[in-house]
Design a binder for this molecule. Structure first.
Ligand SMILES: Nc1ncnc2c1ncn2[C@@H]1O[C@H](COP(=O)(O)OP(=O)(O)OP(=O)(O)O)[C@@H](O)[C@H]1O
Ligand SMILES: [Mg+2]
Length: 231
């Protein structure tokens, strides 16, 4: 058996807030197979984004173990995690997270340059074209619509051909039609590059497109996996 793309074993996350320690995730055990698309659903505050942060090595687990592509994220340094993300992960957020002082082309090219890709700008231009934004390459984020910005963010996340794509409500800030375009693009990118996809969503329609759905409740995996047909 090949290593799963992601493997969490009793992963917990506690953070120190103003009012003391907050226990956010409790003993999450979960495996995501290579090429699988996993949907994460659950009420606001149930820990979906936090779980995605653990999977992406953006937060370190307080206890338990997380491996990605067979490598132990919980024993990596900050630098090691940053390198691992650069080489293996594409992350898309609800609020796009583009760099405001960079054009669309620069936003997409930067991670490629960091990864040492020689023709980073040519690749970035092709990537922008693949999300239908060839004519917006020189625009800054503030000059683009929300849907366009999210398409740039998708191009940026997928340009380095990550083996794992993590998306946190990528359509949350978009109208239904634009959101549908983004989702179609996201799934197309997954298909094209054979990536493993973990997708946080509030949308049942979107969850239905995932191979498997896990529901979080109060920082735990809810007992029964969501029965997708019944929602
Ligand atoms: N930095 C932090 N310090 C303290 N508590 C936090 C911190 N970040 C998140 N939390 C708490 O952790 C819990 C889970 O938050 P999280 O953002 O993962 O939820 P979510 O399921 O993504 O919710 P939503 O659907 O609203 O995005 C919440 O109760 C939140 O208040
Ligand atoms: Mg969230």
């Amino acid at each position: 058996m090949p290593d799963p793309a992601l493997l969490l074993t009793d992963a917990s996350l506690s953070l120190m807030g103003n009012a003391g320690r907050v226990d956010i995730l409790h003993d999450i055990s979960l495996s995501v197979e290579t090429g699988e698309t996993l949907g994460l659903v659950g009420p606001s505050g149930s820990g979906k984004s936090s779980l995605l942060m653990l999977m992406g090595g953006l937060e370190q687990a307080s206890s338990g173990r997380i491996t990605a592509l067979g490598q132990d994220l919980t024993s990596m340094s900050e630098d090691g995690l940053a390198r691992f993300r650069r080489d293996n992960m594409g992350i898309v957020f609800q609020s796009f997270h583009l760099i405001p002082t960079m054009t669309a082309l620069e936003n997409v090219a930067t991670p490629l340059e960091l990864a040492g890709v020689k023709d980073a700008f040519d690749r970035a231009a092709a990537e922008l074209a693949s999300v239908g934004l060839a004519d917006r390459a020189d625009h800054y984020p503030s000059q683009m619509s929300g849907g366009e910005q999210q398409r740039v963010a998708l191009a940026r996340a997928s340009a380095p051909r990550p083996r794992i794509l993590l998306a946190d409500e990528p359509t949350g800030n978009l109208d239904t039609t634009t959101g549908q375009t983004i989702i179609d693009l996201l799934f197309a990118l997954r298909d094209k590059h054979g990536a493993t996809l973990v997708l946080v969503t509030h949308s049942n329609a979107l969850a239905d497109r995932c191979d498997r759905v896990i529901r979080l409740q109060d920082g735990r995996i809810a007992d029964k996996p969501a029965a997708r047909a019944a929602e």
